[in-house]
Design a protein around this ligand. Sequence first.
Ligand code: PRX
Length: 647
Amino acid sequence: MSRPIDALLQEQRRYPPPAEFAARANVDDPDVYRQADEDFEGFWARWAEELAWFRKWDRVLEWHPPDARWFVGGRLNASVNCVDRHLATPRKNKAAIIWEGEPGETRVVTYQELARQVNRFANVLKALGVRKGDRVTLYLPMIPELPIAMLACARIGAVHSVVFGGFSPTALAQRIADSGSRVLVTCDEYYRRGERIPQKRRADEAVQMAGGIDKVVVVRRTGANVPMTPGRDLWWDELMASADPHCPPEPMDSEDMLFMMYTSGTTGKPKGIVHTTGGYLVGVHATTKWVFDLKEEDTYWCSADIGWITGHSYIVYGPLSNGATTVMYEGSPDWPDKDRLWSMVERYAVNIFYTAPTAIRQFMQWGEAYPRRHDLSSLRLLGSVGEPINPEAWVWYHRVIGGERCPIVDTWWQTETGMILITPLPGITVTKPGSATRPFPGVKAAVLDEQGQPVPPGGGGYLAILRPWPAMLRTIWGDHQRYVDTYWSRWNRQTYYPGDGAKWDEDGYFWVLGRVDDVMNVAGHRLSTMEIESALVEHPAVAEAAVIGATHSIKGQVPVAFVILKSGWEPSEALERELKEKVAQVISPIARPDRVVFTPDLPKTRSGKIMRRLLRDIVHGSALGDVTTLRNPEVAEHLRQAFETAA
Ligand code: PRX
């Protein structure tokens, strides 16, 4: 493996937990790591004790690599854990969900009310013929009916497959067909940037394409007059009105499926990642409580969409299992203005806020004036997830949003891992901007080379997880071989391969560099696109940058940068030279971009990730592949023109 370029490891800033925070933290003893490591099964079993079981497990773990079974023989129900068990406590009338629609209306759903709705909808599903093990596809925006429908599925043992509400009909159809769902839950329309999005129309198209759907349940969100197919389409509110509010929970085996969630792999076909009941719930319960330092009185807000794993684990199951108050927002962060999220933080006195680096960079670009309009003093902890966070964005988040008083938890995990695996524990971890720090207690990770040998500190290699963890995926729906091949075949059957490049340092901190397909090899030197992007973003003119490795006849690859400028800056040759110089300076002359292409926008997936594949296609002059999953498909053609003009 070639010599790594250590720009990130040169990050010298250190942020110890603030004394006041540490004094009240849920975890204040660094010895938790050693204890969990000595007996990781015992560690997870202690967490499992916090849940409600119909029947306790016989064995914590059965590990026949790469197949794991957790809490073997145990029986439980996720909806009981997220709802029923809070009803006999003072949480009964506590807000479970505080929801705000984009036009500004709010709904507060207490645990008691959530119980009634979940039970009713569970009975609705039963009446529609849904049985244990059946898949139900949910195609909904961020409205309370989404978590209600998920928990209702869980109550009767049906498997939910939530498809992000912003996905295209084609993407939805593909997922319906692959899952074999017969029931689809959707809504008439929803609000986004002041517009009404015709969800039912898109759902109809998908149902047509996919086939197999017998019943479509339609939530009334805007009250629009949408076409309803007689015998197939039914209104949510009408079904709920006549449904019994008592539905006995199905006692699920620990290893029964709880849900599936599609995610993209290296091929065109999305993978249905399968999560089961007991281990998943234990994993998200534990990490929510410790990573977010969740307290009874907290208002917790994860600004992700429930259509992604982050929303499943850290808006729905983790927070509700802990009896927390979780905030949900339907709309866009810049509607009606760019301070919407900060206005909500102020109005709901949010204590814990969890978002993605791409959002943070967007906030940076919009400027400090927006958060400054609001009182953000309720915040006490900030989180980041989804991609490597560049140190400048981390420091900005810490200073402007966190008022220099909130620890930041940079949490590394994946759809497949189900739960956070690498993260600070905010009461004890000294954080370094750009590092997700250390594996959660009980989790064992390493940075390995091609041969599976640990690389020395400072070196780069592949992130690897060395031990099973409770919320791990169990298979890929309908394709167990792909599960074995993709995740457990890089080195051996016992070592999980996440597909990320990483480094670790002399303190054992992990620096996740991004997907290995985004790692370049420039003249024998290993470079991460993210390191170069991070360097570019340090320049005052740059709002956002995406770097890809372009094929080069002599060097193998060279970096090409696509750059969005902050308002007030104009593209020029002088600026291009300056930016190249900046990278050369911050990282090394080897990292100097071959080209800098100025662009007003970057191709982003609906989860906010830059689609680098498309940038590579543009740079290499190849046919642009599938752009249907882009939030802004029109940007592809603009970029191609910008690239060709700049050449
Ligand atoms: O590359 C890593 C990146 O996101 C990938 C997983 O994506 P997804 O399954 O969509 O789940 C995102 C939300 C959990 C990982 O392989 N990633 C996620 N979190 C981080 C990260 N990269 C660096 N730092 C993180 N904190």
